[in-house]
Design a protein around this ligand. Structure first.
Ligand code: ZN
Length: 348
């Protein structure tokens, strides 16, 4: 191997990992939040949990090798996984996009493979933590993250700390009801935000419009039966496509109502919007959301003081948040008490 990287820090370093339906991203991160090295592997979800866990361990090893740090310098591994999960014991209860994931002891198994403490958390929670610690929300105390993609996820930071709730199910903003008796949501209930403002909902409404004979650039921009991507959506929207503008306008309206409800509840300094749809459409997409939200703030004084901003870290929010989480958790639980994640019961 070559000479040591020009990195003045001697650690400890934290490993962050984001496990998605299609790819696994791992990164070695120093105390300042700088990524020293990354590794990316395909999830290969169809092969089931055992194969995926092996690949996650391999991604971690690759990242550590590339960063040219020693495992003894790695304080812990934070893993963002799709929920619902039990962060205390590192168990993924089930993961909708990952076949065979039922009560998988992800944390303990990774910890056995790698020999470092492993801290599993909800992926969107960690994305929000990343934005708070190292991205758009740096320096704020209370912040809410809203991530709009295939679904809509959220995260909550209060007093600078990630809050996952009594049953680890907090900040599920995608399932806040914004339209009583509205469309059926992925969760089976009606009228959740996700059922009217996710990319899945936007896709559905555009197809309904096309089926009703509305003119649109969408058929030209998508190959037949291909799912609508955020990139295609952005292209049609920038060209002023009337159907896309109308459907997105509806999604923006509901996102604005949601933001107002959240602000009326939490009164945070900042609401950060991320996820594939927001990344593709950019800050301009947030303008109508800001306008609607501010109309519905109950506290109208200094309404502009609540910042409604786009996320800054893009794809890296998850791994960076995971590394921040690992560092914080590892310092709360010294390695001697966490190796193999044999946490005393009730420990957080
Ligand atoms: Zn729902």
């Amino acid at each position: 191997m070559g000479k040591k990287k020009n990195n003045p820090s001697h650690g400890p370093f934290a490993l962050g990992m984001d496990m998605g339906g299609t790819k696994i991203l791992a990164a070695v991160v120093d105390a300042e939040g700088q990524i020293l090295a990354e590794a990316k592997l395909k999830t290969g979800a169809r092969e089931g949990p055992d194969a995926v866990i092996q690949r996650m361990a391999e991604a971690a090893r690759q990242a550590v090798r590339r960063a040219e740090v020693l495992w003894q310098q790695v304080i812990g591994l934070g893993v963002g996984a799709p929920g619902p999960l039990d962060p205390v014991h590192g168990i993924v209860h089930h993961a909708p996009n990952l076949p065979g994931w039922k009560e998988v002891r992800l944390g303990p198994r990774l910890s056995d493979l790698l020999g470092v403490p492993v801290f599993v958390e909800n992926d969107v929670n960690l994305g929000t933590l990343g934005e708070h610690a190292l991205g758009a929300g740096r320096g704020t105390r209370d912040l809410v993250g809203i991530f709009v993609g295939t679904g809509v996820g959220g995260g909550l930071i209060l007093d600078g700390q990630l809050r996952s709730g009594y049953r680890h199910a907090a900040a599920e903003v995608g399932h806040m009801i914004v339209l009583a008796d509205g469309p059926v949501c992925g969760c089976g209930k009606r009228g959740c935000l996700e059922s009217v403002a996710s990319r899945t909902a936007i896709d559905r409404d555009i197809r309904l419009g096309l089926a009703a004979g509305r003119q649109s650039l969408i058929p030209k921009l998508t190959k037949s039966r291909q799912r609508l991507t955020s990139g295609v959506l952005a292209k049609a929207w920038r060209k002023g496509d009337p159907l896309v503008t109308e459907v997105l306008g509806r999604a923006q309206w509901y996102l604005g109502l949601l933001t107002a409800s959240i602000v009326n509840m939490i009164d945070p300094e900042m609401v950060v919007f991320g996820g594939g749809v927001v990344e593709a459409l950019g800050d301009e997409f947030l303008d109508p959301i800001r306008t609607t939200a501010r109309q519905y703030f109950i506290q109208q004084d200094d309404a502009d003081a609540v910042q409604i901003v786009p996320a800054k870290l893009g794809d890296q929010a998850g791994v960076l948040g995971a590394a921040v989480h690992a560092r914080r958790q590892a310092s709360k639980h010294p390695a001697s008490s966490v190796v193999g994640l044999k946490l005393p019961s009730g420990a957080r």
